[in-house]
Structures are given as structure tokens and as C-alpha cells.
Design a protein around this ligand. Structure first.
Ligand code: XMP
Length: 321
């Protein structure tokens, strides 16, 4: 089925909200729904639309997959509490790490995260809850990129000819599927989300697993998580579209505490982009990069090398995996 795009310039956020709230209510009827909130703009908007439509008949879960950024679960739960939405945290760290163990191929990694999320963890929660409907924050770009085979986005099934009811046991509602990212941001602002959410830089579904080259382990995730926490506040100040720290698989020799150390390498990426389809590296002042490198190597004992990525997308992609 062809999805009709709503162009952001023509989008009337308030009428869109009213229409989607009505349509969620009509679809769910007297039933119940469930959704997973990651804290990104898409799932946050869908959570608020769902709660306006269904109130407590929508259960919202935050799946703690162990590959999110520092303090993410706590921050999101607290923020939504302020907005009157109760978010339940499901601790699934062990399952995600078990599924990722030993996988080095990028697409297999994405698939492991997808399958663990839908079939195991979230699928189980949905079945337990008895909800008949799943609300999901798929946007039009996710559909385009998946259909074009550019990327296996984690949240597109029907467009791939997979029936979620048959495969996973529930109906999927996608209230923002006619919008692009800037449209979702406009709706988020109109819904009263704080700017820290509606203006949030994108973050990939496979989370920090997309930023570890080679096999993912809790230790490597911890390293890339700490690097991310150092990098994001500094590089986002440049006004960049997105920035990240990537942990390389190869090691290089360095010197720490007067001894040679075959240590880890962190690559920084910072992107200027409008819609993530094309991107160029941000011209970050050299002094800023130097200071970051000093902090990363000082605070992360294993790291001896920090590099900055200067190729454009395409042919590069924004994430490393
Ligand atoms: P790439 O790496 O393809 O990324 O240039 C483009 C934008 O999409 C994000 N991204 C993803 N988002 N699931 C997502 O929800 C994914 O599998 C995924 N892969 C990449 C990426 O962070 C960037 O903003």
C-alpha cells in the first residue's frame, strides 16, 4: 500500500494530532494497546498521541537493552512522569547481549537486535499484556530506506511483506508514518514535549551496537557509552545534526604510564545534514577536537588513539555499522 506523504510545510500539527488521536481511538475501540518508548522523537510523539487517545489503556514500556546511552532509562522515565505518563522499564540486558554475542556482520547485528526486541522481549510483553494493538513510531523515511534496501530499519514489517499479526501476534498502528522527521518534530512541539525531545538528534535503533565494530560485549559497550557521554555535549554545541563515538576493532600501540600499550581506538564522527540522506563532516574547530582527544584518552584507560572522520555520506554512512 502506497503511503500518502504529508509535507511538513503543509502540516497543520494541531489538526494532525486531533486526527491521529481519533483514529487510534477508532482502531483500538474498547481494546488495549502497548508501545515501546526509546526516548527518541518518533516514539515520544507516538507515546503522547497514544496517551491522549487511550489514557491508561495504553501501556508504555522502556526496553532496557543494555546498549543505550548513559542514564537514558532514568531520564526518559522521569521526563514522561512529568508529562503524566507512566513508563515501565523492562530489564532485558542479558537477552540482548546473549543475542549479540560473537556477531561481527553489521546486518546480522541489526537482525539480532530486531529479533530480540520484537520476537523475544517486546513480543513476550505484548502477549503477556493481552494488548491487541502495538503503537509504533515508523516514519516515511524508514519505509523508503527499507524498501530501497538501503538499510534494514528495525521497525518496518508490512512494507517488506511481513504480516506482523502472523509473525509476531499483534496489529501495528503507525500514527506518524506519513511524516518525515521534521514533521514529527513539529508535532512533538505542538504536543508540548520539551525541546530536548522534539529537537533531539537521531539515534539508531541498534543503539550503541551500531557503534562497536566487530563483536559486541558489555565491556565494549561500556567503553563506547563513556566516550559518547564525553563527546555528545561538546560536539552537539556546534549545531551539528548528529555526532558519535565509534569503537574500532583493530588495536594500535600507544604509551600510557610510561609503558607501551596495545590499546583501543575511538573514532569521532560529527555530521551536518538536513535529513540524514546526505551528510558532510562538521568543521569542528581543531582545538575542540584536541581537547576531546585528551579527555577521552585520559578518562578511558584502554584508549590510546582518537581520530576524526572526514568523508562525506555517500559513500560513507553516518553510523559505522
Ligand atoms: P546511516 O548510517 O544509514 O544513518 O547513514 C542515517 C541515519 O539513520 C540512523 N540510523 C538508524 N536508525 N535504525 C534506526 O532507527 C537503524 O537501524 C539505523 N541505522 C542508522 C543514523 O543514526 C542516522 O541518523
Amino acid at each position: 500500500m502506497k503511503i500518502k506523504e504529508i509535507k511538513t510545510a503543509k502540516l497543520n500539527a494541531q489538526s494532525f494530532i486531533a486526527e491521529q488521536v481519533a483514529s487510534i481511538r477508532a482502531a483500538v475501540g474498547r481494546g488495549t494497546a502497548i508501545n515501546a518508548l526509546s526516548g527518541g522523537v518518533d516514539s515520544s510523539v507516538v507515546t503522547l498521541l497514544g496517551h491522549r487517545a487511550l489514557g491508561r489503556r495504553l501501556r508504555t514500556l522502556f526496553i532496557q537493552n543494555g546498549i543505550m546511552r548513559e542514564g537514558e532509562a532514568e531520564a526518559i522515565v522521569a521526563l514522561f512522569k512529568k508529562l503524566g505518563v507512566r513508563v515501565e522499564v523492562v530489564d532485558a540486558r542479558r537477552e540482548f547481549f546473549a543475542a549479540l554475542r560473537g556477531i561481527t556482520d553489521p546486518e546480522e547485528k541489526r537482525e539480532a537486535v530486531t529479533q530480540t526486541f520484537y520476537k523475544k522481549v517486546f513480543g513476550r510483553e505484548v502477549r503477556r499484556s493481552g494488548a491487541q494493538f502495538l503503537l509504533q513510531g515508523t516514519i516515511l523515511t524508514d519505509v523508503d530506506e527499507t524498501v530501497a534496501g538501503i538499510k534494514r530499519q528495525h521497525n518496518v514489517f508490512e512494507q517488506l511483506g511481513i504480516d506482523p499479526k502472523a509473525a509476531f501476534g499483534y496489529h501495528i498502528l503507525e500514527p506518524v508514518v506519513q511524516l518525515r522527521k521534521d514533521g514529527v518534530r513539529k508535532v512533538g512541539k505542538a504536543l508540548g514535549l520539551p525541546a530536548t525531545i522534539w529537537n533531539r538528534p537521531p539515534f539508531p535503533g541498534p543503539a550503541l551496537a551500531a557503534r562497536v565494530i566487530g563483536a559486541v560485549t558489555p565491556k565494549k559497550i561500556e567503553l563506547v557509552r563513556k566516550a559518547t557521554a564525553l563527546v555528545e555535549p561538546v560536539l552537539l554545541r556546534t549545531g551539528a545534526f548528529q555526532c558519535m563515538a565509534i569503537l574500532h576493532e583493530d588495536r594500535v600501540t600507544g604509551m600510557k604510564n610510561g609503558r607501551r600499550l596495545f590499546g583501543r581506538q575511538i573514532e569521532l564522527r560529527c555530521w551536518d545534514s538536513i535529513d540524514a540522506r546526505k551528510a558532510t563532516p562538521t568543521a569542528v574547530p581543531f582545538a575542540t577536537l584536541r581537547k576531546l582527544a585528551d579527555r577521552i584518552t585520559a578518562e578511558l584507560p584502554e584508549v590510546v588513539s582518537v581520530t576524526y572522520h572526514i568523508a562525506s555520506k555517500p559513500p560513507s554512512t553516518m553510523e559505522a555499522v
